[in-house]
Design a protein. Structure first.
Length: 302
């Protein structure tokens, strides 16, 4: 009786790590270079912010032409002068006006653009693709092309020196960017949700309000953040349509520091610029996690 024979396995040669012995050193060098580049880019981005913060703590005659970024002897006179207002108008007036325009823009964008996006994303109707293409095409139109006809229209309607020209378009879904963002988000929602709601007797309005909108919260908050920041920082619109100083927004209030008494109060202007940054910064920090989530799930990612 012969002994059972087993298969003889030969050991495979051990391969050296890919890249050789110097690979970890090269990866470490690339990591260091990447971090140095990121820090350099961060310094370039943050330089204007640090300059403004430092300039708000300097006397007006030391702001322009000074080489030092932060003052050696900081002062608070620039902020104290803000309490006196500008040309007899308290700065709280400008902030309240900007808040009215910004919040009105947010409300208009969320309501009108979400309705338009629901129609494009969830309702099949004749000419839908053509209308959607035309809407996206409006992103290519420069703002200055429509400026004169819009001004003539509002002037004939006697709406100049009111906030209607600044807010009316927000309630008519003219911001194609926000419509596109919401359409891309709504298209990712399962169609079965609509079908189940129709079986229960829901119409389009009920589906839009109770099902689609709650699920689109990241896209809605992303649109709210962008519309708030753009409306708060808008300078051209208020400059064209607002004539009385007591209706000016913060951006126009900053301009008044350059015009009063034919002198430039750089200290007060920069101090008010810092104060104007705070609402936008707080609004962004409150909803930043939704901004990332909305951009990552609405077709804007690369």
């Amino acid at each position: 009786m012969s002994a059972p024979t087993g298969t003889v396995r030969t050991a495979r040669p051990v391969r050296p790590p890919r890249g050789g012995a110097g690979a970890p050193a090269r990866r470490g060098a690339r990591s260091v270079l990447w971090h140095l580049g990121a820090l350099a880019l961060l310094a370039v981005v943050l330089y204007p912010v640090v300059w403004v913060l430092g300039g708000s703590l300097k006397p007006g005659n030391e702001i322009v032409g000074s080489l030092e970024l932060l003052p050696t002897d900081p002062i608070t006179d620039n902020y104290e002068r803000l309490a006196d207002g500008i040309a007899g108008i308290g700065i709280e007036t400008f902030f309240l006006n900007s808040l009215l325009v910004a919040l009105g823009s947010v409300a208009g964008v969320l309501f009108s653009c979400s309705l338009a996006a629901y129609a494009f994303a969830r309702i099949r109707f004749a000419g839908r693709n053509v209308l959607f293409t035309l809407m996206i095409g409006t992103l290519l139109l420069p703002v200055h092309v429509l400026l004169v006809p819009q001004y003539v229209l509002f002037q004939k309607m006697e709406l100049i020196n009111t906030y209607v020209p600044l807010l009316l378009g927000k309630f008519l879904a003219v911001d194609a960017f926000f419509v596109f963002l919401m359409v891309q988000f709504m298209r990712n929602l399962p169609r079965e949700l609509d079908e189940a709601a129709r079986i229960d007797g829901c119409g389009h309005w009920r589906i839009y309000w109770t099902i689609v909108l709650p699920l689109c919260r990241p896209a809605l908050i992303t649109s709210a953040i962008f519309s708030f920041i753009w409306a708060w920082n808008d300078f051209l619109g208020p400059l064209i349509y607002l004539n009385e100083p007591d209706k000016y927004t913060v951006s126009l209030g900053l301009k008044m520091f350059m015009d009063q008494d034919s002198l430039a109060d750089y200290g007060g202007m920069i101090a008010m610029s810092v104060a104007a940054l705070l609402p936008v910064l707080l609004f962004f920090l409150t909803f930043q996690r939704y901004l990332v989530e909305g951009a990552a799930t609405s077709g804007l990612k690369g």
